[in-house]
Ligand binder design. Structure first.
Ligand SMILES: NC(=O)c1ccc[n+]([C@@H]2O[C@H](COP(=O)([O-])OP(=O)(O)OC[C@H]3O[C@@H](n4cnc5c(N)ncnc54)[C@H](O)[C@@H]3O)[C@@H](O)[C@H]2O)c1
Length: 387
């Protein structure tokens, strides 16, 4: 008999990410000995057409256009919310106040005050377990890179960077959408969109910066509106944040870049950390491969600097039935993030890597506000500590 605890899940926002999460839950049997068995039972979207896709999921018994219907349903344990950033504060707060657990989407509120208001709701409802979505660190290669750094193999750190790079906005004829408008996306622009992907690992490694020098660019200031005429596209497209951080007591330069326009890149997440004794690199551009650096004794040659390439295989935070030599992808990273989220909620994550914590997600807004000040002043600005 299965000892798995059944957890009923609801989705609010059946768009791009809502569908992705439904598909991940449907692949749950791929996980080995997970303590929880999620069932997607309910979906809400204000657009009834978005709900029709979910009819093919057998376990879905409720579809609605009003999310309040889900919050009064005692059978629902966990809610995943994937809506526009200007709606986060209200919806996240309402889910938490209803006593449900929440997997929120980034950026965890449109700005710092919105994130603080969600944290305040959490403080009043400790029964609500809350984490924020950031799946890229669940690629097996990213997990190896994290474990390499945590092993102490870098020695004295020299530098590190973590970036998330897109280029769909290279197409200037792409019409405006909510992610390109400050009123819906937020003043942080691309940082709100892509930033947590680049900050989850640095913050978890204890690398919260003490100062930031930011270079923010709005490269395409207008896009075609719904009636065919140009409207302002007033969000930052690219953000390069050059920071001072600390690793094992040593100050080092940490760069986090988030770019909507980086020609040649399509959802590329890359991490690199270099030290005097070792180095590690991983990029989703080549998801099978992790590179590690060391000075090695090469037979017949002597001591030389060497980058070695290692194929990483399929296994990440939670073991799966997938053959160990097989390749991993975006959908696998979503499944692994959910495995970590629900295991942690059940108190069974142990020392495995977990989904982004609310205080980490909220801290990214402190970083973005400092980045905005830095960009305005053309100077480095101090960043308050995390927590
Ligand atoms: N983790 C990731 O990799 C990732 C990727 C893309 C987007 N996101 C985040 O996910 C969130 C949603 O982005 P998306 O790309 O899925 O957006 P989307 O526009 O594709 O989908 C949003 C859906 O929410 C619905 N909606 C709007 N208001 C609603 C309400 N009050 N109640 C219920 N449904 C409502 C819309 O009709 C739409 O179907 C954002 O926070 C975004 O930053 C995360």
């Amino acid at each position: 008999m299965s000892t798995q605890q059944t957890v009923n899940v609801a989705i609010i926002g059946g768009g791009l990410m809502g569908r992705e999460i439904a598909a991940a839950i449907a692949r749950w049997p791929a996980l080995i000995d997970h303590p929880v068995r999620p069932r997607l039972t309910a979906v809400c979207d204000i657009n009834p057409a978005a709900l029709t896709w979910f009819e093919q999921i057998d376990t879905v018994t409720t579809t609605t256009t009003d999310y309040h219907d889900l919050l009064t349903d005692d059978a629902i344990d966990v809610v995943y919310v994937a809506v526009r950033h200007d709606l986060h504060e209200q919806l996240y707060g309402d889910v938490i106040r209803a006593g449900k657990s929440l997997l929120a989407e980034k950026p965890f509120g449109i700005d710092g005050p919105a994130a603080e208001s969600v944290l305040a709701a959490m403080a009043e409802h400790p029964e609500s377990f809350v984490r924020c979505s950031s799946e890229m660190p669940f690629f097996p290669g990213a997990q190896w890179a994290i474990r390499y750094v945590q092993s102490g193999a870098l020695g004295t750190i020299v530098r590190a960077n973590n970036s998330f790079l897109h280029s769909s906005d290279l197409d200037v004829s792409k019409p405006i959408n909510w992610k390109r408008q400050t009123q819906f996306c937020g003043e942080a622009g691309v940082m709100n969109d892509l930033g947590l992907h680049g900050w989850h690992v640095p913050l978890r490694l204890g690398w919260a910066p003490t100062s930031v020098y930011a270079m923010l660019q709005n490269i395409v200031p207008e896009r075609t509106g719904p009636d065919g005429t140009p409207v302002p596209c007033d969000t930052w497209d690219n953000a390069d944040l050059h920071c001072w951080s600390e690793h094992e007591g040593v100050r080092f330069p940490l760069t986090v870049s988030t770019r909507r326009i980086d020609p040649g890149q399509k959802n590329t997440w890359e991490f690199e950390a270099i030290g005097m004794d070792g180095g590690v690199r991983f990029s989703t551009k080549n998801p099978k491969q992790v590179e590690v650096f060391a000075v090695r004794d090469i037979p017949g040659i002597g001591k030389e600097q060497a980058w070695q390439q290692i194929d990483v295989g399929s296994q990440s935070v939670w073991p799966t039935v997938t053959g160990g030599i097989f390749e991993s992808g975006f959908s696998d990273s979503i499944l692994q993030m959910w495995a970590a989220f629900l295991a942690e909620r059940a108190g069974e994550l142990g020392d495995r890597f977990g989904a982004a914590r609310p205080e980490e997600a909220a801290h990214t807004h402190t970083l973005y506000a400092a980045a905005a000040r830095s960009n305005e002043q053309g100077a480095a600005v101090a960043v308050p500590p995390l927590g």
